[in-house]
Design a binder for this molecule. Structure first.
Ligand SMILES: Nc1nc2c(ncn2[C@@H]2O[C@H](COP(=O)(O)OP(=O)(O)OP(=O)(O)O)[C@@H](O)[C@H]2O)c(=O)[nH]1
Ligand SMILES: [Mg+2]
Length: 343
C-alpha cells in the first residue's frame, strides 16, 4: 500500500515525509523539489506492543505503509511524465495544506488552505481530463480499424469519466485523499488540532466520498520523532495530546483504504499483518504465507484484549475465549490468529 504526499510548494511535504518514515535525507535531497523520495513508515500499534510485553518475543514486527514524497504540485509538474507516473503509482494521496504562518517561508498569497485545496484539485482534474482526452482519441482511432468489446468498454468508461470531470468533480472513485493540515505550534495544541478542520472551513471537503482530514503540527511531530517512547508520551501530555499526529494520519489512511490489522503472537515473533476489511480467514492466512492458505485447516482466534486478559493461550482455551474458526470466518481488526495447517 502506497500513499503519495502532494501539495503546493513549501507547505511541509518533505518534512512530513521525514517524520513519517524517519528518513534522514541529505540536505541536497531535501532541497530538490523535483526528486521523489520513497520510504516506509512503521504503523504504530499499542495493541501489538502490549502483546509483545506478554510474549517477550525475539522479534517484533509492526505493519508498514509506504509513502512517496512526489514533490511540489503545479501546472508545470503535472505536464511531466515522471511526475505523473509517481502519482499513478500510489493507492492514496495525502494532500498537505499549509496553515502555519511564517513570513520567512514563501507561500502563494495569504494562508488559505481551502483556496489551496481547490486550486490543487482543479489542476489535478485538468490534468486527468487532458489524459482522458488523449486516450479517447487513441481508442476512437483504434475502434475505427477494428471492433473489440474491450475497447468499446474502455471508450464508454472514458466518456463517463470525462463527463464527470467536466462537472468539476474529481475522479474520487479512483483516488483516496486524506487532507493533512500542517498547523502552527501553540500551547493549546490538542484543542487547536481538533478545531482545525472547522476553523479553516474544510468540513465539507473532508466529508466527501473517499476523503478525510487530519491536522498535525509539523514542528511538534519533528521533535517527537527524535524522542524515546517514554519522552514522547510526556511531551504529548504537556500539549494536552494523547497520541501523535502520525498515529492519527496513519489511522485515517488505513480507514480510507479500507484496511485493518490482525496479529500473530508467539515467543519467536509478534507481528501485525495488514489486510482489507472483510477478508476471510483463509485469505488472511495467505497474507502470512501462501502455503498456509493452501493447507489451511482452522484458525485459532482470539481478540487481542481477551488474550491479554487471560494472560496466556492455555488460560484462554480453558476460559473458552479462544475460538476455532473455519475458512469463511471474516477476520476482525485486532484478532490474534494461529493458523492450523496440514502443509
Ligand atoms: N514554521 C513552520 N515551518 C515549517 C513547518 N513545516 C515545515 N516548515 C518549514 O517550511 C519549509 C519547507 O518545508 P518542506 O518540508 O521542505 O516543504 P515542501 O512542501 O517539501 O517544499 P517543496 O518540496 O519545496 O515544495 C522548511 O524550511 C521547513 O522547515 C511548520 O509546521 N511550521
Ligand atoms: Mg519537498
Amino acid at each position: 500500500m502506497k500513499t503519495g504526499i502532494i501539495g503546493l510548494p513549501q507547505v511541509g511535504k518533505t518534512s512530513l515525509f521525514r517524520i513519517l518514515t524517519k528518513a534522514h535525507l541529505s540536505e541536497q535531497a531535501y532541497s530538490n523539489p523535483r526528486e521523489a523520495h520513497v520510504g516506509v513508515a512503521k504503523v504504530p500499534d499499542e495493541r501489538l506492543d502490549r502483546l509483545a510485553a506478554l510474549y517477550n518475543p525475539k522479534k517484533l514486527t509492526h505493519a508498514s505503509v509506504e509513502y512517496v514524497d512526489v514533490g511540489a504540485i503545479g501546472q508545470e509538474a503535472l505536464k511531466e511524465t515522471a511526475y505523473l507516473a509517481h502519482l499513478r503509482g500510489v493507492d492514496a494521496l495525502a494532500h498537505v495544506l499549509r496553515t502555519f504562518d511564517d513570513p520567512a517561508i514563501p507561500h502563494v498569497g495569504s494562508i488559505d488552505p481551502l483556496r489551496d485545496l481547490k486550486n490543487v484539485e482543479f489542476d489535478l482534474m485538468v490534468s486527468d481530463l487532458g489524459q482522458i482526452e488523449k486516450r479517447l482519441e487513441r481508442v476512437e482511432k483504434d475502434l475505427k480499424k477494428m471492433r473489440s468489446a474491450d475497447l468499446e468498454k474502455e471508450f464508454e468508461l472514458l466518456k463517463r469519466a470525462k463527463a464527470h470531470l467536466e462537472t468539476e468533480k474529481p475522479l474520487r472513485e479512483l483516488e483516496m485523499t486524506p487532507y493533512v493540515l500542517n498547523i502552527s505550534e501553540s500551547t493549546e495544541l490538542g484543542k487547536d488540532l481538533e478545531a482545525a478542520v472547522a476553523k479553516y472551513k474544510l468540513k465539507e471537503q473532508a466529508s466527501r466520498p473517499n476523503s478525510a482530514a487530519a491536522a498535525i503540527c509539523g514542528k511538534v511531530e519533528a521533535e517527537l520523532s527524535e524522542m524515546s517512547d517514554a519522552d514522547a508520551a510526556e511531551f504529548l501530555g504537556s500539549y494536552g495530546l494523547k497520541e501523535s499526529g502520525l498515529v492519527r494520519l496513519i489511522r485515517t489512511t488505513y480507514a480510507l483504504l479500507g484496511l485493518c490489522s490482525f496479529f500473530t503472537a508467539g515467543e519467536d515473533e509478534c507481528r501485525a499483518w495488514t489486510i482489507p476489511i472483510n477478508t476471510r480467514a483463509v485469505e488472511a492466512a495467505g497474507a502470512i504465507h501462501s502455503d498456509l492458505q493452501h493447507h489451511f485447516i482452522r484458525a485459532e482466534t482470539i481478540r487481542w484484549d481477551q488474550l491479554l486478559e487471560a494472560g496466556s493461550e492455555a488460560n484462554a482455551r480453558a476460559k473458552g475465549t479462544l475460538r476455532l474458526e473455519g475458512k469463511d470466518y471474516i477476520v476482525q481488526d485486532g484478532d490474534v490468529m494461529h493458523i492450523r495447517h496440514s502443509g
